[in-house]
Ligand binder design. Structure first.
Ligand code: NAD
Length: 242
């Protein structure tokens, strides 16, 4: 173990999470990436960064408790938690199956409870910490075919504000970032014609890059952001001005 601060990034082995993990490492953190099932991405992450990836299903409360204990044992006390893991199971509401609703709520929203509950006692005791929740533009404005996803992402914003209120006196900040459309595996599932239509509504005229979410995360995790808490920060190319 070293004196370096430790950050956990859920879903940290690919997409936005990988960009965040790379940036936090560049900022001087030890980084633990928590991943679901993709062992190849986990190996590639370890080879590239020299940091370790830990398998855990963030929708499972006990698995989150165990993985945080394991990371603390191997790397040390957790300074920053980035709740980034997320999934989509899109369909219009009248066709949505209960499973699609529950999977998205469990993975995107309950995961924030599960992971934050595991790290918050230590942060409160040490009077230091950062929790950064990766929400979405669609949690702010709603989206056709995403009642489940938008509900989970809007829920993350309410969670962020309430936990920020409870944690401020302990010098723990809690913030949400709402990315717009970012080039990752998640958005590669969207058909080309729909993407073209979406880009038509983005004033900067392009999709975002994962690094652009990582820069905001880097700031929120830093000492410079000690006065920023309970905030919902949009990084969306001007697509939605909340
Ligand atoms: P992605 O699909 O490329 O990566 C998601 C990551 O989450 C993967 O590493 C996956 O292993 C992990 N994950 C999924 N379910 C998990 C589980 N049960 N347990 C542990 N890990 C799990 O997605 P992305 O585009 O990089 O998105 C990252 C976050 O940003 C998500 O929360 C997403 O909702 C949000 N977001 C993305 C966009 C976008 O345009 N890409 C826009 C707004 C918000």
């Amino acid at each position: 173990m070293t004196n370096q601060k430790v950050a956990i990034v859920t879903g940290g082995t690919r997409g936005i999470g990988l960009a965040i993990a790379r940036q936090l490492k560049a900022d001087g953190f030890r980084v633990a990436a928590v991943y679901g099932h993709d062992k190849n991405a986990a190996k590639a992450f370890e080879t590239e960064t020299g940091e370790k990836a830990f398998q855990a299903d963030v929708s499972d409360y006990d698995a989150c408790q165990k993985v945080v204990q394991k990371i603390e044992k191997e790397l040390g006390e957790i300074h920053t938690l980035v709740n980034n893991a997320g999934i989509t199971r899109d369909s219009s509401f009248h066709k949505m199956q209960p499973q699609a609703w529950h999977e998205v709520i469990h993975t995107n929203l309950n995961s924030c409870f599960n992971m934050s509950h595991a790290v918050i006692p230590g942060m409160r005791e040490r009077k230091a910490g950062r929790i950064i929740n990766i929400s979405s533009i669609n949690g702010q404005k709603g989206q056709f075919g995403q009642t489940n996803y938008a509900a989970a992402k809007a829920g993350m914003i309410g969670f962020t504000k309430s936990l920020a209120l409870e944690s401020a006196s302990r010098k723990i900040t809690v913030n949400a970032i709402c990315p717009g459309y970012i080039e990752t595996d998640m958005t590669s599932k969207i058909s080309a014609d729909i993407l073209t239509a979406i880009i038509g509504h983005i004033p900067v005229g392009r999709m975002g890059r994962p690094e652009e979410i990582a820069y905001m995360t880097s700031f929120l995790a830093s000492d410079k952001a000690a006065f920023v808490t309970g905030a919902t920060l949009s990084v969306n190319g001007g697509q939605y001005m909340a």
